[in-house]
Write a protein that binds this ligand. Structure first.
Ligand SMILES: [Zn+2]
Ligand SMILES: [Zn+2]
Length: 445
């Protein structure tokens, strides 16, 4: 009976073949162990500089009310109409996966009364964003941004600071970028400009050249016609009236001051009258950080931002001038890849490799591993390997300076064998003293 049962159990169970659909979603990306050193390099560089400039870290949830984005980005923006991941949750609330960072940060600013803190409030934010758009070079449906925002400061120096900071980060990463900059004016001067723009585009010879999307944009959001990527539309936009010629005096002074400071700081910039950034909430300054790409036709944008003086009020807060900059992490990494930047990691050239033979030695080296970590040494090991030969091969493969070996004999003697991996010379050390000796040799005391 027992025997019979055994055979039943032992018979291989027929599984259905694994579905081939378990692959990552279109436009999504895995960050693999080999990718991480570069990610780490980008984030560390950005965080260090932002901290130096007095920006403080904040986080906001991935999920927000859908209406937050409808209200801030504008119902007619591409983000809201085409690209947002949204759903009705189990309580019947309309929810969106955040497609951009600023509305959530502004919501948080209002909700927590940051207005009562000493102004300006300078925030640093990092996280993933979600857009269901056509995946393109360096742009994924889940991508990551680093955002710096300054709330409660109307001075053009705030614009200068976020631009300068973004440019510094990118320079520190070894990327040569320039700033594309434009002014979109304010509610006083923009309407007049929009009329001039509409008059231009309504002329038959111009209108006839526009793509279908732009003809619709003309009705809902005429500024967006200026940054259409269709060659015909780019052509018509070249001769279109430029906002900078219609700025009111305060807007003009604001813009000129920024340019003067960028000159003084040697931040290279280019006046780009077609730059509108596609979001309803920008006032006055808009900017992008761009680099000429070797693989793409158009310059690659590493990130951008602008001033949004009315957004806080528009989302229910008290009137608060604000501006911000967002850097695209995947775009920066793509650029580092193009420049073949090699990033050093903590895993590079460990001080010590720990090798062992047998379970007793294994336990002892696990304890030693922790002791050596505490004195600040970098250690590699392979506790799962039994063969000494394989362990020594791994030690030279990872480029360890020294290997410490505990075998049966060393375990009994209370000693440990030290091997200099470069010279191949070996010496026997007292196990109790090994931590002090190694720390001294490797300059950790
Ligand atoms: Zn104005
Ligand atoms: Zn177009």
């Amino acid at each position: 009976m027992v025997e019979k049962n055994k055979t039943t159990v032992a018979r291989p169970v027929k599984h259905e073949a694994a579905p081939s659909s378990f692959r990552r979603l279109k436009g999504m990306k895995d960050v693999l162990p080999g990718d991480y050193p570069v990610w780490d390099f980008v984030l560390r560089t950005a965080f260090r500089l932002a901290d130096f400039h007095g920006f403080e870290r904040v986080d906001t949830p991935v999920l927000e009310n859908l209406s937050l984005y409808e209200r801030s980005s504008g119902r007619t923006s591409d983000i809201v109409t085409k690209e947002m991941y949204s759903f009705v949750d189990k309580s019947g609330d309309r929810i969106a996966l955040r497609p951009e960072a600023t509305p959530g940060i502004v919501r948080s600013y209002i909700e927590h009364g940051w207005l009562n803190l000493p102004q300006p409030v300078k925030t640093l934010w990092y996280g993933p964003l979600f857009r269901h758009d056509k995946p393109q070079l360096g742009r994924y449906r889940q991508h990551h941004q680093i955002n710096f925002d300054i709330f409660g400061e109307a001075s053009p120096l705030a614009d200068v600071q976020v631009i300068f900071l973004a440019h510094q980060i990118v320079s520190d990463l070894g990327i040569k970028a320039q700033v594309d900059i434009n002014s979109l004016g304010c509610s006083d001067c923009r309407p007049n400009y929009i009329n001039k723009l509409l008059a231009y585009y309504r002329e038959k010879k111009h209108r006839d050249q526009l793509c279908q999307d732009c003809r619709k944009r003309l009705l809902k959001n005429p500024l967006r016609v200026l940054d259409c990527k269709e060659p015909a539309c780019i052509n018509v936009a070249r001769e279109a009236p430029q906002m900078v010629d219609y700025l009111c005096d305060p807007c003009k002074q604001h813009f000129v001051k920024i340019l003067e400071f960028l000159d003084g700081l040697s931040v290279p910039y280019n006046l780009n009258s077609q730059l509108v950034r596609g979001l309803d909430y920008y006032t006055r300054t808009v900017f992008e950080l761009v680099v000429p790409s070797q693989t793409a036709e158009r310059p690659l944008s590493l990130g951008g931002g602008g001033r949004y003086d009315q957004l806080v009020e528009y989302l229910g807060g008290r009137p608060t001038p604000a501006c911000g900059f967002a850097l695209g992490v995947e775009r920066l990494i793509l650029q580092l890849d193009e420049n073949h930047v090699k990033v050093a990691t903590s895993q590079d050239q460990p001080d010590i490799f720990l090798a062992q033979l047998g379970d007793g030695a294994r336990l002892k080296s696990l304890l030693l591993f922790e002791e050596l970590r505490q004195v600040g040494l970098t250690i590699r090991q392979s506790f799962t390997k039994d063969s000494l030969k394989a362990q020594l091969a791994l030690a030279s493969q990872v480029g360890a300076k020294y290997t410490l070996i505990i075998g049966q004999k060393e375990l009994l003697d209370g000693t440990i064998l030290l091997r200099d991996m470069e010279s191949g010379s070996q010496e026997v050390l007292d196990f109790k003293k090994v931590k002090t000796i190694m720390a001294k040799r490797l300059g950790k005391n």
